[in-house]
Design a protein around this ligand. Structure first.
Ligand code: PGA
Length: 249
């Protein structure tokens, strides 16, 4: 059975004291228990976040990692370093990483392999740009991203993969895909997994939507049958807003 998940991607926001304050606020919130909850603070604050949330239902996850296990890669962190501080899930392939840090499908395939080799769970992000959607290429673009980074995996590896469809034109713009657009793409992705692997695997894979999910639109997006949760940016920086979204299931 696939899981419902709401994950907050804090991006490059919140220093140590702000991280501690937001976590304290998050711990005060009531949750309905209908989904898994995750937050992705910045790298320097991950360890402290893990300590603060040790006995909580909120899982602390990484925003990125390198594919090498160690070595001369200035500024990077490895899967084993994340695992060593208690981070067992990592976001890979976010469009900001692809755009600003030139991450390619090939690099992402290596990162996915490295995460899985360390028994980490991956939230794998992909999505089309506005020009692709306008040209009607959005399904082809997304299918290629998924195929290039994930379709080399054996079926058994997929229990560690969560997908996050994030149309680039909807990230941080206030513009959201309509629930119908999200559903249409999620159903397309599920079909692609079925064609490559099996109907059972397709049905068991969680597919999150990301891109301007807010307290006032989360319910309608999450109500769609193939939307299994959200990857939340801006609205994850405020505890009440984040939990309104968590409780939208
Ligand atoms: P947003 O970001 O909610 O601020 O649009 C989503 C994301 O980047 O995952």
């Amino acid at each position: 059975m696939r899981k419902n998940i709401v994950a907050g991607n804090w991006k490059m926001n919140n220093d140590l004291s702000q991280t501690q304050a937001l976590i304290a606020d998050l711990k005060q919130q009531k949750e309905a228990g209908r989904c898994e909850i995750m937050i992705a603070p910045t790298m320097p604050n991950l360890y402290n976040a893990c300590e603060l949330l040790r006995d909580s239902k909120i899982e602390v996850i990484g925003q990125n990692m390198h594919f090498a296990s160690h070595g001369a890669y200035t500024g990077e962190v490895s899967a084993s370093m994340l695992k060593g501080i208690g981070v067992n899930t990592v976001i890979l392939g976010h469009s900001e990483r692809r755009t600003y840090f030139n991450e390619t499908d090939e690099m992402l395939a290596q990162k996915v392999d490295a995460a899985l080799a360390h028994e980490m769970r991956v939230i794998f992000c992909f999505g089309e740009e506005l020009k692709d959607r306008k040209a009607g290429n959005h399904e082809a673009v997304v299918a290629t991203q998924i195929k290039n980074a994930l379709f080399h995996l054996p079926e058994r590896a997929w229990k560690h993969i969560v997908l996050a469809y994030e149309p680039v034109w909807a990230i941080g713009t206030g513009e959201t895909a309509t629930p119908e657009q999200a559903q249409e793409m999620h159903a397309f992705i599920r079909k692609a997994i079925e064609n490559q692997y099996s109907a059972v695997l397709a049905d068991n894979t969680s597919i999150l939507y990301g891109g301007s999910v807010k307290p006032n639109n989360a319910k309608s997006i999450f109500s769609k049958p193939d939307v299994d949760g959200g990857l939340i940016g801006g609205a994850a920086l405020q505890a009440e807003d984040f939990f309104t979204i968590v409780n939208a299931f």
